[in-house]
Design a protein around this ligand. Structure first.
Ligand code: HSE
Length: 365
């Protein structure tokens, strides 16, 4: 069995990954070694680990013994360790949740329900670095991969509604703290305008819990995610076009752009998409392409009842389902399609593509 070094397994994405690996019995197929950046020598997780103790995640000679390294430790770790490990001559597979290596020329972005052919070609040609894409990009492609693969997409705008989890575990707690402060202001004895005024006052108060977000999210939204890049985009917006085209290995770049917005969901990112098709394709054919994208797409009929029930973070959270709905032609013209989609940011948006890449390597490499 292949030796797999696992790093960053206690963080939020790592914990979701461990749960999925356990559920899918992946540990039966591997010799797993658990690494830690700070707790070397402490007890490793029982039943899963081939070593009794945690190994040192900064020890290149220990890491070199692995056939595959799977890391959710984050970009700083990758930036520090990956170059040292490769320059030591290590020739194993590196599977990473962090963004550091995504745009490196010989890395492959992994989302096998959408780009299995790209992944297989990369493995066959001896590529060794397989990186999980940005969550918003993965979730968009899980929703409309069928449209992209039809070759009929001219461009896409993606207006996002991104959950607190994308910013980290502390931010999820901060969102709840903000909600609590506001929830406590509800008072049926007061007029709604009085209540509303006290809510606005609380949100503007310098003591409102917003150390992590830098602004009120509960009762509000934040139309800025990550750092600025060129041309007025944020880095999250820039990833949309770069990563989509890299995942699909497009010959001619398909433009993707939009505004990325943080809002008060816990761990499901949603997106409102405008898709410009190259031709006027009947809506029934568009629906069929979406439904055929992959087995996880849950097509939601464009009516209120189905939309409220299924096209929502409440439905999708903690599941691998990708609800896709509000599908219709837009007034803009017969080639313009409106779509809304939701997906769990920690599952298809982070852990699941990595877990499945590990399986692909175990089974084929
Ligand atoms: N950058 C994403 C977000 C999460 O802030 O929501 C990680 O892909």
């Amino acid at each position: 069995m292949k030796k797999i070094g696992i790093i960053g397994w206690r963080g939020m994405v790592g914990s979701v990954l461990m749960d999925r690996m356990e559920y899918e019995k992946d540990f039966d197929l591997i010799d797993a070694y658990f690494f830690s950046t700070s707790q070397k020598g402490e007890k490793a997780p029982k039943h899963k680990s081939s070593s009794e103790v945690l190994l040192d995640a900064n020890d290149i000679t220990e890491l070199e013994k692995m056939d595959i390294i799977l890391t959710c430790q984050g970009g700083d770790y990758t930036n520090e360790i990956y170059p040292k490990l490769r320059s030591s001559g290590w020739d194993g597979y590196w599977i990473d949740a962090a963004s550091s290596l995504r745009m490196k020329e010989d890395s492959t972005l992994v989302l096998d329900p959408v780009n299995l052919d790209v992944i297989k070609k990369a493995v066959a040609s001896g590529k060794k670095d397989f990186i999980g894409p940005n969550c918003t990009v993965s979730l968009m492609l899980m929703a409309i991969g069928g449209l992209f693969n039809s070759g009929q997409v001219e461009w896409v705008t993606s207006m996002t509604y991104q959950a607190a989890s994308g910013a980290g575990a502390k931010n999820m707690l901060e969102l709840l703290d903000q909600m609590k402060v506001l929830g406590d202001l509800s008072d049926p004895a007061k007029s709604i305008l009085e209540v509303d005024k006290s809510v606005a006052t609380a949100m503007r108060d310098s003591n409102f819990p917003s150390k992590n977000f830098g602004a009120a999210l509960a009762g509000a939204l934040i139309p800025w995610i990550d750092v600025p890049v060129e041309a007025g985009q944020t880095k999250e917006e820039w990833k949309g076009v770069c990563e989509t085209n890299k995942i699909l290995e497009t010959e001619n770049m398909i433009p993707v752009d939009g505004t990325c917005v943080r809002m008060g969901a816990m761990r499901c990112h949603s997106q409102g998409l405008t898709i410009k098709m190259k031709n006027d394709i009947p809506i029934s054919d568009i629906e069929a392409l979406i439904k055929e994208s992959n087995p996880w797409v849950k097509f939601v009929e464009n009516n209120k009842e189905e939309t409220l029930k299924y096209l929502s973070p409440t439905y999708a959270t903690g599941t691998l389902e990708i609800p896709v709905g509000r599908v219709r032609k837009m007034n803009l013209g017969p080639e313009y399609i409106n779509v809304f989609t939701v997906g769990d940011q920690l599952l298809w948006g982070a852990a699941e593509p990595l877990r499945r890449m590990l399986r692909i390597l175990i089974e084929t490499a």
